[in-house]
Design a protein around this ligand. Structure first.
Ligand code: ADP
Ligand code: MG
Length: 492
């Protein structure tokens, strides 16, 4: 019997995030993803002799933005280095990267774990260019090369060996993906390869402080697969050691079909990349003004929003997290609450915010899910929704009619006001006592037995009568008036 609990795992992740610039890192070729191969390849991308690189400032800006959002220290004096190696999809024979001085150092990403919050420490974030793509499966004899991706700007985000389970890696990647999307520096799409992750995993006996030999797992195309690969790897390594074997430093690949890993290559010794400063690219300096200006482009981040919603708006943690989950949803919610009418005296503001939150998590979320659209495509504006909430507040319509009838109708006719459409569709509650009285009359006449029971003392039946009037009036009868008129009749 193997005692897995004797061991602990140590994990460090390396994430490549493709920056959302329009053009490549060192030339004007489009950085956009296209299916047609070799369409975004100028002589610079193809590394023709005599071509020279020209630095794309936007890539630097995005890397700094990410570094600031991760609480990193930003390096003021930077240069690029050549990392030399041979590969068919690397036309220059070297990759332009940063070596000893990454643009961002240290920093952390906060995750939630079973034991509370944890700051996952970063080692660095550096900028580098992507390579092209070798395509091995289109021809029996030849490998094809697509250079569209060659030269596209990447950030490599490297953690310290600071994670200890597949679950923590999952949480870290979820937060990192949210962050890069939130600040709009990368689309975070792992399935399409614009965010890629390699996992470094080792094990050691609990209490041991020295790091064990690590294995690097590649080809992880979803956050879930990163977790699966790590879980598998930890188990495999423990079994290897417990069965008398030793861990050898390896690069392994994950097979998503069966959840296992297999060896790609065994690192005998570190590769010699013969790094040196790229003589075609001058060092670049980051001024304090530029840093300040970039800092000012960072919106309020997820963590801070969740905390603010709980403390200032008195939302529950669950509501706060669902609403802040995507920046667009949070933006919509914030516009919505600023359009709400002021709370009546005596009512805490939390009541109003809760009503707004309920709309976001209930009708809005369901509508978006059912129609598979994002909130940015929703035709109903936050101020129209605020009008609906105000109508409910004033007792002019009840929530169920508002959400089931007025809300979908308003989505179809976003240019009409909520009040006008509710009137046109005859959805407003009536406090016309004559009309409500006739509904009350009709209900009581329909159920003489229940009326008799009520009069004998079964007072709880009032709820049934109110419900029947509501049904008969299709939700239009003002509930308070209904109640009053029913009592009047029943007690007569
Ligand atoms: P390499 O030179 O092999 O790329 P680095 O020192 O750059 O190694 O580290 C790469 C990643 O591996 C980092 O995320 C780091 O935290 C992680 N790492 C390093 N050593 C270990 C180890 N023994 N166990 C787990 N992760 C490790
Ligand atoms: Mg490395």
């Amino acid at each position: 019997m193997i005692n897995y609990d004797k061991y602990e795992a140590v994990i460090g992740l390396e994430v490549h995030a493709q920056l959302l610039t329009q053009s490549k890192l060192f030339c004007g070729d489009s950085a956009a993803f296209v299916n047609e191969p070799n369409t975004h390849i100028s002589p610079i991308t193809m590394a023709h002799p005599g071509t020279l690189p020209k630095l794309n400032d936007k890539a630097i800006e995005y890397a700094i933005k990410l570094g600031l959002a991760c609480n990193c220290e930003i390096e003021k004096v930077n240069y690029f280095a050549r990392k030399n190696y041979f590969y068919p999809d690397l036309p220059k024979g070297y990759q332009v990267s940063q070596h000893t001085t990454p643009i961002c150092k240290g920093g952390y990403v906060t995750i939630k774990t079973e034991d509370g919050e944890k700051k996952v420490q970063l080692n660095r974030i550096h900028i580098e260019e992507d390579a092209g793509k070798s395509i091995h499966d289109q021809d029996e004899h030849y490998t094809y090369v697509d250079l569209n991706r060659a030269g596209v700007p990447l950030c490599e985000i490297v953690t310290e060996p600071d994670l200890c389970s597949g679950d923590e890696a999952y949480a870290y990647l979820t937060e990192l993906r949210r962050l890069v999307r939130w600040i709009e520096v990368c689309d975070g799409n792992m399935e399409e390869g614009s965010m890629r992750c390699d996992a470094n995993v080792s094990i050691r006996l609990k209490g041991e402080t020295k790091l064990g030999t690590k294995v690097e797992v590649k080809n992880l195309n979803s956050i879930r697969n990163v977790k699966r690969a790590i879980d598998h790897e930890i188990k495999r390594m423990i079994e290897e050691v417990e069965n008398g074997g030793t861990i050898i430093q390896q690069t392994r690949s994950f097979d998503a079909n069966n959840g296992t890993t297999f060896a790609l290559r065994t690192k005998e010794e570190a590769n010699d990349y013969r790094y040196f400063a790229d003589p075609d690219l001058t060092p670049f300096h980051i001024s304090d003004e530029w840093l300040k200006q970039i800092q000012s482009t960072i919106p309020e981040l997820y963590e801070s929003k969740v905390k603010r919603y709980i403390v200032e708006l008195q939302l529950t943690e669950y509501d706060a997290k669902v609403i802040a989950d995507e920046r667009e949803t949070a933006d919509y919610f914030e516009k919505l609450i600023s359009a709400l009418p002021p709370s009546p005296p005596g009512e805490g503001p939390g009541v109003r915010y809760k009503a707004a939150a309920n709309w976001m998590i209930g009708p809005i979320k369901s509508y978006l899910n059912e129609n598979n659209i994002s909130i940015t495509k929703l035709s109903l504006t936050p101020s129209s929704l605020a009008e609906i909430i105000a109508l409910i507040d004033e007792g002019k319509i009840n929530f169920s009619v508002a959400s089931s009838k007025l809300f979908p109708a308003l989505i179809k006719q976003p240019n009409v006001t909520a009040a006008a459409l509710a009137t046109q569709l005859n959805l407003l509650q009536t406090s016309d006592s004559g009309e409500v009285a006739s509904w009350v009359e009709e209900v009581l006449n329909k159920m003489p037995d229940k009326v008799a029971e009520y009069r004998k003392g079964k007072k709880g039946l009032i709820g049934l009568f109110v419900g029947e009037v509501k049904k008969l009036s299709k939700g239009k009868a003002d509930p308070k008036l209904t109640n009053d008129l029913l009592l009047e009749k029943l007690n007569a």
